[in-house]
Design a protein around this ligand. Structure first.
Ligand code: FE2
Ligand code: FE2
Length: 315
């Protein structure tokens, strides 16, 4: 069944939450937030969140959910609509404060921080409710044709605003996110904690950028199925593979760049190890190719599992 609409709307939520994180960081900066970042963020909140995202739900998703038996009053739909309305009441206040701050009235900063906290907390909580409660409910009650109708409605709402609306606003969001210091806000952890998390994953990761250059690998100091040294960073990926397989690597990369496929998968028996190797095309929210992620895992212990061990049997 087609639930592309949920992916689209949840992408909007995720992008918006990253903008919130970037603005929150900027508002806490000792030198005060750069006015340009606040103006870009405001343009995104007004032009996309308020005037596009909420409308896609109000005009196309909620009415169909209601038609499939979920009452508009007294249930989750009423809560969602109420929160959209509240966010629309807060936004003009936020807008006025941002305009005053960019005109040089630095004394409004405390009120600006409090108003932004109100707006962003309200919507973060709202997105969570939609992602975890309303959308799963909608997935259950909507038919396949309903899902297609919501998708068509999303596209119609976006094109009524202008061509490439989503890509344009996602690019604006990206500008805010980058200006706010993106490396520290992906998951609310510092860069070294993020590195430790990646090194704790039971899979080995390598990343080559859009120009086929190796930029990252995990587990530098631990055991690896395919050992790598720091010298690989900066090398062309073609130089890291045996010559007889380079043409296959090149074909996969060309397919990823052209969007012909997004995953390539191999598995190799190496003694007791069953190396499962997957390549994933990595794209930004606008769908642009950023590079390729290699994920390597020894799946022999997983393949050997039988029966079950449930968490309750551990008690
Ligand atoms: Fe919503
Ligand atoms: Fe939403």
């Amino acid at each position: 069944m087609s639930h592309g609409w949920a992916d689209q709307l949840m992408n909007d939520h995720e992008t918006t939450e990253k903008v919130f994180a970037a603005v929150a960081l900027a508002l806490d900066a000792p030198a005060g937030p750069p006015p340009g970042l606040l103006q870009d963020a405001l343009a995104y909140f007004e032009g996309y969140v308020g005037a596009c995202h909420h409308l896609k739900e109000e005009h196309h998703l909620f009415p169909l959910v209601e038609r499939r038996g979920v009452p508009k009053h007294g249930g989750p739909l009423a809560v969602m609509l109420g929160e959209h309305d509240e966010s629309r009441l807060v936004l003009p206040r936020l807008s006025a404060l941002i305009h005053r701050y960019t005109r040089g009235e630095r004394e409004v900063l405390d009120e600006l921080r409090a108003t932004f906290a109100h707006y962003s907390t309200l919507l973060k909580d709202h997105f969570w409710k939609e992602n975890d409660i309303l959308f799963p409910l909608a997935r259950r009650v909507l038919t396949e044709a309903d899902g297609d109708a919501v998708m068509a409605g999303i596209e119609a709402t976006e094109s009524a605003i202008g061509p490439d609306t989503r890509a344009t606003f996602y690019a604006l969001a990206e500008r805010v996110i980058n200006a706010g210091g993106v490396e520290d806000l992906s998951f609310g952890v510092e860069r070294d904690v993020l590195a430790a998390i990646l090194n704790t994953l039971p899979v080995e990761l390598s990343f080559v950028d859009k120009d086929d250059c190796v930029r990252y690998f995990s587990h530098e100091n631990g055991h690896k199925i395919f050992p790598r040294t720091r010298g690989a960073i900066g090398m062309a990926v073609q130089n890291c593979h045996p010559e007889k397989s380079v043409h296959i690597v090149n074909r996969i990369l060309a397919d990823f760049k052209a969007g012909r496929r997004a995953v390539a998968e191999f598995w190799i028996e190496m003694g007791d190890t069953m190396a499962h190797i997957r390549y994933f095309a990595v794209k930004n929210p606008a769908g642009e190719y950023l590079g390729t992620l290699e994920v390597v895992q020894d799946i022999a212990p997983i393949r050997a599992l039988t029966g079950q061990r449930r968490i309750l049997s551990e008690a």
